[in-house]
Design a protein around this ligand. Structure first.
Ligand SMILES: [Zn+2]
Length: 517
């Protein structure tokens, strides 16, 4: 049954057909396009697409087979009638229009006839077919999917952020879908309670030494994170997300900053083995004469360049340059020894860094870094102190079987024997106060990140037996900040701020100990 609109359309169609009298005799320019996939409870099947005059189209015969449509060509008027169940769609070969159950809708192009076959724009499915179909039809052009019926197929998008020693993988899932996250050997697998995943574009925008890649698998309902060689452990959390979606955050923590399960830090043997000479001390250990030194941990180095800016600025060079300046500044201002965990371009492990500080009974430990983000706009300094959230079970386990703090160079140096994993725990309050002082001083000299003061699971801080903070001085992935971080003026501002932060914290700590003594 046709209503008035349909009759009008048929009149238009008839007029055009009369004017043109024939369909184009020459075949329109066309080539095959990447096929779509039709997904229903019954399974999946390909649906061929063709690019005709620059427009992706489906063959109407294919749609008729899939959706049980009846096609009827009206040779007199030159129109085409498509019947879906009890509803009717009328197409015109010259018009990017269709009448769908009596309503006129627009299409991006007119249908095209090739011999006996008709082609319709891809959008015919969503604009004409879906409204009259008795089953739900969901056209997802970006992933080239046609989802038919009640199929649970959440869209999954991912982004990867290298955050120093943590690689953060964030999944946005729409609609929210129950899931589990498991680690299986060299993979972390996110399994969704769904029929399949719409994750055609899923791939890692960057790879790190803890993440080699992202892919759908090992089942159609799973996303697999292929882990990198330095992966140590992971931490998963569900976080707030825009309405209609859910967000899963998986932090992959590098061995550089966290203990690999089953390989706790080994204390140095008291007697060196003949074939394995002990590591030489990183620096001479002069007698401090009672004054405890401050240790500046120079982030990265050697074959670990850290973050890299677009202009080629390397984090390991920025940290060394600032550290040397900061050492001179602190020594001049406070008259205390300052030790650097490296004073050249060499690789230094996290335990060696903490051990240098413990070995020298350092008063304070400050680790220098520069950050990276996938979003170039992200900028500003951040100060971290240790979060033990990721270390709960290891810290618990180590209580029963304590590992001694390592002493560089071996020997008979008397140190307190406490569990390695618990070293920093005793100083968390002091470290929080130290971080606050450093953050406050930085704020007066350099731009700060909106999240300026945070806790983080940094391996290098775990074993330090004194107040310890980690400073991300800025973002090398921000063009302006890269220029700043590589330049003298900004480095001097950082040095002034960090020196003031240390001075303030020491003054406050001295005042507290004077009161409590
Ligand atoms: Zn770093």
């Amino acid at each position: 049954m046709y209503n008035e609109d349909t009759l009008k359309l048929r009149a238009i169609v008839a007029a055009f057909a009369a004017a043109l009298s024939v369909f184009p005799a020459v075949l329109p320019a066309q080539q095959s396009a990447a096929p779509y996939t039709v997904i229903s409870r019954a399974g999946r099947q390909p649906l061929a697409a063709r690019s005709i005059n620059g427009q992706d189209m489906f063959a109407l015969d294919d749609l008729a087979r899939l959706f049980a449509l009846k096609l009827k060509e009206d040779t007199l008027a030159g129109g085409l009638t498509v019947t879906a169940g009890t509803q009717t769609i009328v197409l015109s070969p010259q018009q990017p229009l269709a009448s769908v159950a009596g309503r006129l809708i627009s299409l991006p192009a007119a249908p095209v006839r090739d011999g006996r076959a008709w082609y319709v724009p891809i959008d015919f499915v969503s604009r004409a077919l879906a409204p009259v179909s008795p089953v739900k039809i969901d056209l997802r052009k970006p992933s080239r999917l046609v989802i038919v019926g009640d199929v649970r197929m959440p869209r999954v998008a991912a982004r990867v952020e290298p955050l120093g020693t943590v690689t953060r993988v964030t999944f946005d899932v729409a609609p929210p879908t129950p899931h589990t996250v498991t680690q299986e050997g060299s993979k972390v697998v996110v399994h969704f309670d769904a029929d399949a995943l719409d994750a055609a574009d899923l791939k890692a925008n960057t790879t790190t030494d803890t993440l080699q890649g992202l892919r759908v698998g090992d089942t159609p309902q799973s996303v697999t994170l292929d882990l990198g060689p330095r992966f140590a452990t992971s931490r998963t959390s569900d976080q707030p997300a825009p309405a209609g979606s859910s967000r899963i955050v998986i932090d992959l923590i590098s061995q550089a900053e966290t203990p690999a399960p089953g390989t706790p830090a080994q204390p140095q043997p008291q007697t060196p083995q003949p074939n394995t000479p002990p590591e030489p001390p990183l620096l001479d250990l002069p007698n401090g004469g009672g004054l405890r030194p401050i240790v500046i941990d120079v982030g990265h180095g050697g074959d670990d360049p850290g973050a890299r800016g677009a202009q080629g600025t390397l984090e390991k060079n920025v940290t060394l340059s600032v550290a040397r300046k900061l050492k001179a500044s602190i020594e001049a201002r406070l008259g205390v020894r300052v030790l650097l965990t490296r004073d050249g371009d060499q690789t230094v492990g996290p335990d060696q860094r903490a051990a240098l500080a413990n070995n020298n009974k350092a008063d304070l430990f400050i680790s220098l870094h520069a950050s990276a983000s996938v979003r170039p706009a992200v900028a500003g300094a951040q100060v971290f102190y240790l979060s033990l959230a990721g270390y709960g079970s290891e810290a618990q386990a180590s209580r029963g079987n304590p590992e001694a703090l390592p002493v560089i160079g071996g020997g008979n140096r008397a140190i307190e024997i406490i569990p390695w994993e618990m070293a920093q725990e005793r100083y968390l309050q002091e470290s929080a106060a130290f971080a606050g002082a450093v953050e406050g001083a930085l704020r007066e000299h350099v731009p700060m990140n909106p999240r300026a003061l945070q806790q983080g699971p940094f391996r290098v801080l775990v074993g330090t037996n004194m107040p310890a903070v980690l400073v991300e001085m800025g973002f090398l992935t921000n063009a302006q900040q890269e220029q700043q971080l590589a330049g003298e003026n900004f480095q001097n501002a950082l040095v002034q701020a960090l020196t003031e932060g240390i001075v303030r914290y020491r003054a406050a700590a001295a005042a507290v100990s004077a009161v409590t003594r």
